[in-house]
Write a protein of this length. Structure first.
Ligand code: PLP
Length: 478
């Protein structure tokens, strides 16, 4: 691949776009400039390869392709079949799964597909029994009515939000919280770690239909073998949402008990976080659930996005290369170096460290809320997001935590030495920021005071740090 090919491709694309709506072309260029300059520590973001990005910008976007490979509701889908089959094949090989469904448009959609597949497979509705139906498509209107009533009583046991679980694991603001009667398991208040005995106890009491493992903000490995045993002991379907750590599974950093694929009945993921693919979702499962999973569109999804499935095929092919395993290992090495750098400087970390791609800071030790810390860091050129910590006293809006992750900076090539510098920058900003006050003098959870000279200095140091690791080094837009 010559340096010119990637630059030429993006420059030409922008020229074509500029001729129609120059402001969009300008915004695309500005976004690259912004991303190049910011120290991106958002744990759920990454930088997809130029090949992955380019695969999304073409006429595959124009196709309707409801159905599955070889069984479409539209004519003329032979090329979509090619890319969908390729993406599924790469996913199966990469993760060692029997079946892969690559149509979900996002992680939330992948979870919806999985929930529905499990319900359709597992719901012991009297209506279903009476009708002795095996497929959702065979249900009559009366069956649907009975089934809808049944759904209100289905139970899901997932990780609590403040322990690091995700909204789609049965919480109210998401449809999963309305489809399921939810109960959550938290973490041990002393260690911040999952207490498997407590999970087993909750499962015994609650008897969930689905036991969900997976997280957005838990900085440790999960033992999926133990979780499967717990699910089996109460007859629950075991689902793992590996959206955050799919790249670590793909790169064989998480193996054995920590690889969800051999242990779960069904695994969902996003493709754009540590996996470094296009924005999208995916479901992996064994043959038992494959038929139901493949009904995702039109059951809960709109028509598949062929351009994104094509990009998934490209990104998954990249993840099958040996250098991806090296990348995945460096993500964890960097997260651990960042955690150690912060701990050495006195920062409190939830669970006292990390063994995955993310670190969760409890910023109350700096006298700040998560919101104040997030904004002060942003002023200083460091992009993070606030996040609740277990038993958070500041609630989900202001929070007491900052979540940081290393997939993106690792993609740029930063290593453990740069993580120590990053820890120093974060610590300097947080220790120089003080809480602000409202107009009436009462303490504010949002306002903060940070000397702009300090913010500028740190911003400059962050830019200097990044200068050695250019983002998309082969691409110049002008
Ligand atoms: N599942 C988990 C564990 C996540 O962290 C996220 C996103 O943050 C999702 C699902 C949803 O993914 P998406 O934003 O692609 O719908």
């Amino acid at each position: 691949m010559s340096l010119n090919a990637e630059s030429t491709a993006f420059r030409s694309a922008l020229e074509v776009i500029r001729a129609v709506e120059p402001r969009v072309a300008d915004a695309i260029g500005a976004e690259l400039a912004d991303q190049r300059e910011s120290l991106k520590l958002i744990a759920s973001e990454n930088y997809a390869s130029p090949a992955t990005l380019l695969t999304m910008g073409n006429w595959f976007s124009d196709k309707y392709a409801e159905g599955t490979v070889g069984r479409r509701f539209y004519a003329g889908c032979q090329n979509v079949d090619t890319v969908e089959a390729l993406a599924a094949e790469h996913a199966k090989e990469l993760f060692g799964a029997a079946h892969a469904y690559v149509q979900p448009h996002s992680g939330i959609d992948a979870n919806l597909v999985a929930f529905w597949a499990i319900l359709a497979d597992r719901v012991e509705s009297p209506a279903l029994k009476k009708a002795q139906v095996r497929q959702v498509n065979d249900l009559t209107e009366a069956d649907w009515f009975a089934l809808r009533r049944e759904l209100g009583n289905q139970r899901m046991l997932g990780m609590s939000l403040d322990a690091g679980g995700h909204l789609t694991h049965g919480f109210r603001p998401n449809i999963s919280g309305k489809m399921f009667d939810q109960r959550s398991y938290g973490t041990d208040p002393a260690t911040g770690l999952i207490d498997y005995d407590r999970v087993a106890e909750a499962a015994r009491e609650f008897k969930p239909l689905i036991l969900v493992a997976g997280y957005s903000a838990y900085p440790r490995k999960v033992n999926f073998r133990i979780m499967r045993e717990i699910a089996d002991s109460v007859g629950a379907t075991f689902m793992v949402d590996m959206a955050h750590f799919a790249g670590l599974v793909a790169g064989k950093v998480f193996t054995g008990d920590f690889d969800p694929v051999p242990h779960a009945h069904i695994v969902t993921t996003t493709t754009h976080k540590s996996l470094r693919g296009p924005r999208g979702g995916m479901v992996l499962c064994g043959p038992e659930l494959a038929d139901q999973v493949d009904r995702g569109c039109p059951m809960v999804l709109g028509g598949p996005l062929p351009h994104v499935m094509a990009a998934k095929a490209v990104a998954l092919a990249e993840a099958r290369r040996p250098d991806f395993a090296d990348y995945a290992q460096r993500i964890v090495d960097n997260a651990q170096a960042l955690a150690e750098g912060l701990l050495r400087r006195g920062t409190t970390l939830v669970t006292g460290g990390t063994d995955n791609h993310l670190v969760l800071l409890d910023v109350s030790g700096y006298g700040l809320t998560g919101r104040q810390a997030e904004q002060a860091l942003l002023d200083s050129g460091i992009v993070t997001n606030r996040n609740a910590v277990p038993q958070d006293r500041n609630g989900a809006w202001y929070t007491s935590g900052i979540r940081i992750g290393t997939p993106a900076l690792t993609s740029r090539g930063l290593g453990t030495a740069e993580m120590d510098v990053t820890a120093e920058l974060i610590h300097t900003v947080l220790s120089q920021t003080t809480p602000g006050a409202n107009a009436d003098g009462t303490p504010s959870k949002a306002k903060y005071v940070l000397d702009p000279a300090v913010a500028d200095k740190i911003s400059k140091q962050a830019t200097d740090l990044l200068a050695g690791f250019p983002l998309y080094p082969t691409i110049t837009l002008s």
